[in-house]
Design a protein around this ligand. Structure first.
Ligand code: SF4
Length: 505
């Protein structure tokens, strides 16, 4: 907690001015004028920054509970520049993009829609992710406030989503404005999981579409079906089942040797689909690759795993100090277990309904075992040990021809810690084709050329793998089977085309 002191002016014997601190008081980031905020019914919530699909599904999910929520559009380079203009120096790239995006939206309300600044500050609230760090993440709320104040929106309300606690906790917001009931969290998580599943399928299908744009068109229809299911309170499983018939109409040619690229790294940089990572996914697909995205369920499972480890450590200390059993620990354990089961069950049900068969929810204990030798598991922040674990897993199980770890410029856990460790991993696994790359919102040419160089090697690998197993004489029936997205055979090969042909042996 920061505190501030009142001080008195004094001069020393040389006549130099100095200040003596007197009484210390609690420092609070409060608006200069008292503001009478709007009532719950008139309050409008804003957020954004997930994938394009997930932002929209979250909007539908929260609207279905009567919450007046608007998902902001994807942050652009213009958002980044606004973030830089109003933010502190040395912030993380995701903050520049997301706070700049918020400022852009509010300025548009003021300058284009004609709302007064007072009205905007009274009525709107922004929901963002927060936490105690240990990196610059812990400063996000303060950074948002600074940028908003300097952009002319002093007193604008923010509430933060405590990613490591799995609950929303109001900062300076009136907690009565949002009802953080279990229903609220369950509905929100459902929308995120459904978004994950559809995104995974999109990235599996789009590189192989015969008619350009057909996958995106089908995904738009699926988005509409799921949105209506949320708004009308009808079965989401049925909705996912209906999406299956939409996706089945898309014609694919999956027998093309394409480089498979796992995109991982810092959560936001790896997930966003826009200028925030120079449109990395789009760029890779345009260059003839297939992406493996990092779904948000990975981050949820990591948070639960971290909470479980913290609990184990606490219990261990209590045993060592011969303390009595603390029943709050039992409650926490039950909640973590229930959380894990609920996430896995919902994910599996929705995945089955739409036809995603081959995705395995990451086993956090297994990933921790892989990373343990290289990365101190107690060292949290960012993705913790996960980046190291993903690279080792990808090499051991031949999951991709290239692994890209993308992170904002100077990201403490990702650039400073994980990448340092990855040099040891790549020296022990020389077959790894690994590229660590930073984004700063500028310097796109350098970024693309580094990706292209690593991708060149990945394409050769994909081609070699394919040539070694060239297919011949497939019957029309076999061709049809292999090009159906519902056919997802398991294989020790990385490339999709090779996996399919290999499955016929
Ligand atoms: S993980 Fe990296 S980008 Fe994210 S808040 Fe921490 S330092 Fe910034």
């Amino acid at each position: 907690m920061s505190s501030t002191c009142s001080s008195i002016k004094t001069t020393d014997k040389n006549g130099d001015l100095s200040f003596i601190n007197t009484e210390a008081t609690q420092w609070r980031d409060i608006p200069q004028k008292e503001i009478e905020y709007a009532e719950k019914e008139e309050t409008i919530f804003l957020s954004g920054g997930l994938t394009l699909l997930q932002d929209k599904l979250v909007e539908a999910a929260l609207n279905s509970m009567g919450i007046n929520f608007i998902a902001l559009s994807n942050p652009t380079f213009e958002s980044f520049q606004k973030g830089k203009a109003y933010g502190n120096r040395g912030q993380c790239n995701p903050t520049y993009f997301t706070v700049g995006n918020l400022v852009k939206y509010l300025q548009n309300l003021r300058d284009e829609k004609g709302l007064s600044t007072e009205e905007i500050v009274k009525k709107y609230v922004y929901i963002t992710a927060g936490g105690c760090g240990p990196c610059r993440f812990g400063m996000y709320i303060t950074e948002y406030k600074k940028a908003l104040r300097d952009a002319g929106f002093d007193g604008f309300r923010l509430t933060s989503f405590e990613h490591d606690k799995g609950i929303f906790q109001g900062d300076d917001i009136d907690k009565n404005i949002l009802n953080f009931s279990p229903r609220f969290f369950i509905t929100l998580i459902k929308s995120v999981l459904i978004g994950d599943i559809i995104n995974i399928l999109t990235y599996k299908m789009r590189p192989y579409e015969i008619e350009k744009g057909s996958v995106n068109k089908a995904i738009e229809k699926c988005k509409e079906i799921i949105t209506q299911a949320f708004l009308n309170h009808t079965s989401l499983i049925n909705a996912m089942w209906r999406c299956r018939s939409v996706l089945e109409t898309v014609k694919l040619n999956r027998l093309q040797p394409k480089a498979k690229v796992m995109v991982m790294g810092e959560f936001w940089a790896a997930m966003t689909e826009g200028d925030g990572n120079y449109n990395l996914h789009k760029f890779l697909e345009a260059e003839g690759a297939e992406c493996i995205p990092q779904p948000i369920i990975n981050r949820l499972m990591l948070s639960l795993w971290e909470a479980e480890q913290a609990l184990k450590n606490r219990e261990q200390l209590e045993v060592e100090n011969s303390k009595k059993v603390d029943f709050s620990n039992v409650k926490t354990r039950v909640l973590i277990k229930a959380g894990k089961t609920a996430i896995k069950t919902h994910f599996s049900l929705y995945a089955k309904a739409i036809g995603l068969h081959d995705y395995e929810i990451p086993d956090m204990d297994e990933l921790a075992k892989l990373a343990k030798e290289y990365y101190t598991l107690e060292c949290s922040g960012g993705e913790g040990h996960l980046e190291v674990a993903h690279l080792i897993e990808s090499v051991k199980h031949n999951l991709a021809h290239l692994v890209i770890s993308i992170k904002p410029f100077g990201c403490m856990p990702s650039s400073a810690v994980s990448d340092g460790v990855q040099s040891l991993v790549t020296s022990r696994y020389p077959q790894a084709n690994f590229l660590s790359i930073e984004t700063s919102g500028e310097g796109a040419a350098n970024f693309y050329s580094r990706v292209q160089m690593a991708l060149f090697k990945a394409k050769l690998l994909a081609k070699e793998e394919f040539e070694a197993l060239r297919y011949a004489g497939l019957t029309p029936y076999q061709m049809e089977k292999l090009n159906n997205y519902l056919y997802q055979p398991k294989s020790e090969k990385a490339g999709t085309a090779v996996q399919l042909i290999f499955s016929l042996r």
